[in-house]
Design a protein around this ligand. Sequence first.
Ligand code: NAI
Length: 679
Amino acid sequence: MSMESTSTCAHWKVDFDEHNIAWLHLDMADSKVNLLASTVLEELRGILDELAKDLPQAAIIYSGKKGSFIFGADINEFLEFDDISKSLPFISRGHEIMDKLESLACPTVSMINGMCLGGGMELSLACDYIVAADNSSTRLGLPEIKLGIHPGYGGTARSIQRCGPLPAMDIMLTGRALPARSAKKIGLIDECVPDRQLKQAAISFALQAPKRKSPPFVQRLLNNRILRPFIAQQMRKQVSRKARQAHYPAPYSLINLWQRHADNPKRMLREEAIAVANLATTDTARNLLRVFLLQDKLKNLGKQVAFKPSHVHVIGGGIMGGDIASWCAIQGYTVTVQDQDPSRLAQTFKRAQSSFKKKYKRDRRAITAAGDRLMPDHKGYGVSHADIIIEAIFEDADVKRTLYQDIEPRMKPDAILATNTSSIKLEDLSSSLNKPGRLVGLHFFNPVAMMPLVEIIRGNETDEDVVQKALAFGRSISKLPLPVKSSPGFLVNRILMPYLLEAVTMVGEGVPPEVIDKAATDFGMPMGPIELADTVGLDICKSVAEILSAALDMPLPENLNAMAAANKLGKKSGEGFYKYTKGKAQKNKAARFADVQKVQDRLVMRLLNEATACLREEIVESDELIDAGVIFGTGFAPFRGGPIHYIREAGKQELAERMNELRQEYGDRFESDTAWAGL
Ligand code: NAI
């Protein structure tokens, strides 16, 4: 029998079984996944009111979407939160509905199969019992911290009540999602069973309503008022290693919330709503939200065509080619790797094994399967079978052209040839091909497994269909594909290089590298420019800088030449601007400099100015894509929302004035780009 009120529901359906259990089935209309959008919550409110009037034996919530439960709130709705007068009523309404669910006077069960994140987890926590399927697609978590907020639908107090402060704070502060088994282990859920037993497990909780387990004694003790300040202090210390309060206030707000109110869950719920409503209006949260949406935008760029190659062939098994090949194997592709030097292939396979182990931990079957998908191919037999060939050989146009001439006759007629070149224009390479339109750039970043972006370089002659296929391929290997014009340095290296060179110039002037790096990390960069240059390798930096300096009139600092000539290449040679011990830069903690602000300004202004020049030259299609490329390609302070967004937010006029002061002191490299005024 279907419940009457659900006939008006777009997203929910309620059925009653022979035990008079109400089965609340969520299948969000016009959406691939379930989200706790306002309309979904409002319908749930109506259903809970109806159930309260005529109580069933129990209620079980489950999802109608295959492989997922609820992904969280509909974050597009957060875009409205420019003021607490908008965010607080929104959050409070969510609280009311969760409270209603919690106080329903019959047993309630959340039955989870698939992703259960954020608001979905909070809805489950408001139920009496949570059961989840023990399979690889089920993950549970409270990842709100990644968007600059913390759980806001009661998840803070309720997760702590369930599993105690340390495990609950850990999942909220890291935002990581747990497999069902780990969630059961920490007490976040009540049961984890194989798929086929899930329904039965939910029914048995619904009918038997066993007494809920409390967190272990030690965990309850840690919630004690006297101990909390000490533990909170430890948590702050740990968080501060990763995120500064000024840049990322949410984790600190969460720790304060716990420290102040953990012994009064009702008050904690009230205060949670206020804290989240405030956080949601901060620049950090709004920028992180923007970054999240930009990420979606890039993913969608790869959706125009369906391209799923059955065979990927990589030529060049060096640092990049080797890692690209093992990444593609992890993503499920059959991959052959060709290298003229068999010893490089041996290294590739050794590195690949350790990547597989890192990825699959102790899952031997998955490690073996990935290993089976990756095949050494010294002679290049894979060329004639592949749908996409990724070339990652030496950065030398002649060598690349010769290789293309050799392989093209053996390639499948519509196979794509993708080059990982970091600096050579595509037109200079495609001239050696009979079909120049099949060459596209697929520019990965180092280290391949860590960097989310891949630039898809469109040469003047690249076929549009080939660009679309490359975008689709980028998406299919879980990277964020960004279409970029074939122009020196493409987008990311072009914007990064003036910033790096300014840093190297300052070292030449006597500014300690430690001060320069700290100025950059204080701004929010993940790593300082000097350490970055050392990590990439000063020889590679120099060769990219040479190409860019010729094209963009950007002089090379003398000290960079000198370092490369002295074979001080950075981390890989044990010494660059820093000395390295066991791969770690030896920094002088006592290093000081008089005008640190100016150091930061010099770095940041060069980067912002180059981003503006790229906008003028239409290196990518929009200002949003510049921001996306710089954030995902360099790690540019995500809480600042990207360089172009930052110029607008910080005030283009003030920044232009600062540029002008720097220009008077340091010369024309600080001349504002003409596009600056139009921002
Ligand atoms: P690498 O020197 O580590 O590897 C190049 C490999 O290509 C070597 O193993 C070499 O034996 C092989 N090779 C050279 N000519 C060959 C041929 N004709 N046939 C078969 N194998 C051949 O170089 P790396 O750093 O991996 O760079 C490769 C490409 O990736 C270059 O175009 C570079 O600009 C680009 N790139 C490099 C990045 C980096 O951080 N190293 C970042 C992004 C792109």
